[in-house]
Design a protein around this ligand. Structure first.
Ligand code: HEC
Ligand code: HEC
Ligand code: HEC
Ligand code: HEC
Length: 142
C-alpha cells in the first residue's frame, strides 16, 4: 500500500513537471529572426495549435540530421531556432543562390517548411484552411 502511494506521488510530480514544461513555452508567438532586416509584416505562429489541434509531431518542423536520419528529440538540448543552422541571410532572389547556400538560407527554410506543408494539406483535403498567400501569414504590422 505504502509503495503504491509513493509511486502515485512520483507520477503526480512527473506529470506536474511535464505540464509545467509545456506551459513554460509560449503557445503562440511572432516569428522574429535576427539575421536579416524584416521587410514584411511579421508572421504570427500558433505553435500549440499545430501540435494539439492539427496533430503534428515535433519532427515535422524540428530536425537534427545524423546519417540521413532526423534524430531531433530533446527541446532542452537540441536546437529549436531555425537560424542556428539555416544562417544564410539572403531575402531577395534567394532562389538564385547556389544550391548548397539555398539549403542554408533561412527564408527558404521557413517558406519550404510552412508553405510546403500548407500546399499539400490543402491539396490533399481539397481545402484552403492552411494559408498560402503572403497576406495569410505576414499579418503582424509593426
Ligand atoms: C505559410 C506562411 C507564409 C507564407 C504563405 C509566406 N511567408 Fe514569407 N515568411 C514566412 C515565415 C515564417 C518567415 C520567417 C519569418 C521571420 O523571420 O520573421 C518568412 C519570411 C519572409 C521574408 C524574409 C523576412 C522579411 O520580413 O523580409 C520575406 C521577404 C517573405 N517572407 C516574403 C513573402 C512573400 C512575398 C510571400 C508571398 C509570395 C510570403 N512571404 C508568403 C511565412 C510565410
Ligand atoms: C508546424 C511546425 C512545428 C511543430 C509541429 C513544432 N514546432 Fe516547435 N517551433 C517551430 C517554429 C517555427 C519555432 C520558431 C523557430 C525560430 O524562431 O527559429 C519553434 C520553436 C520552438 C521552441 C522555442 C520557442 C519556445 O516556445 O520556447 C521550442 C522549445 C519548441 N519549438 C519545441 C517544440 C516541441 C517540443 C514540439 C513537439 C511537441 C514542437 N516544437 C513542434 C515549429 C514547430
Ligand atoms: C541542427 C541544424 C538545423 C536546424 C536547427 C534546422 N535545420 Fe533545417 N536542415 C538542416 C540540414 C542539415 C538540412 C539538410 C540539407 C540537405 O538536404 O543537405 C535541413 C533541411 C531543411 C529543409 C529541406 C531543405 C529545403 O531547403 O527545402 C527545410 C525546409 C528545413 N530544413 C527547414 C527548417 C526549419 C523550418 C527549421 C526550424 C524550425 C530548421 N530547418 C532547423 C539543418 C537544420
Ligand atoms: C506539417 C504541416 C504544417 C507545417 C510544417 C506548418 N503548418 Fe501551418 N497549418 C497547417 C494546417 C493543416 C493548418 C490548417 C488547419 C485547419 O485550420 O484545419 C495550418 C494553419 C496555419 C495558419 C492559420 C491558422 C492558425 O493556426 O493560425 C497559420 C497562420 C499557419 N498555419 C502558419 C504556419 C507557419 C508560419 C508555419 C511555419 C513556421 C507553418 N504554419 C507550418 C499545417 C502546417
Amino acid at each position: 500500500m505504502r509503495g503504491k502511494c509513493v509511486l502515485c506521488l512520483v507520477a503526480v510530480v512527473v506529470l506536474a513537471c511535464g505540464v509545467q514544461w509545456v506551459r513554460a513555452q509560449e503557445d503562440e508567438f511572432d516569428i522574429q529572426s535576427s539575421i536579416y532586416e524584416h521587410r514584411m509584416p511579421l508572421v504570427h505562429f500558433n505553435h500549440l495549435a499545430h501540435m494539439d489541434d492539427y496533430g503534428y509531431d515535433c519532427t515535422e518542423c524540428h530536425h537534427v540530421y545524423q546519417g540521413g536520419e532526423n534524430v531531433w528529440s530533446d527541446p532542452d538540448s537540441d536546437p529549436v531556432t531555425c537560424e542556428e543552422c539555416h544562417n544564410e541571410p539572403t531575402t531577395k532572389n534567394e532562389k538564385r543562390l547556389p544550391l548548397p547556400k539555398q539549403k542554408l538560407n533561412l527564408k527558404l527554410a521557413f517558406h519550404n517548411n510552412c508553405i510546403g506543408c500548407h500546399r499539400s494539406y490543402n491539396h490533399e483535403n481539397n481545402a484552403q484552411a492552411a494559408p498560402i498567400t503572403c497576406q495569410g501569414c505576414h499579418t503582424e504590422k509593426p
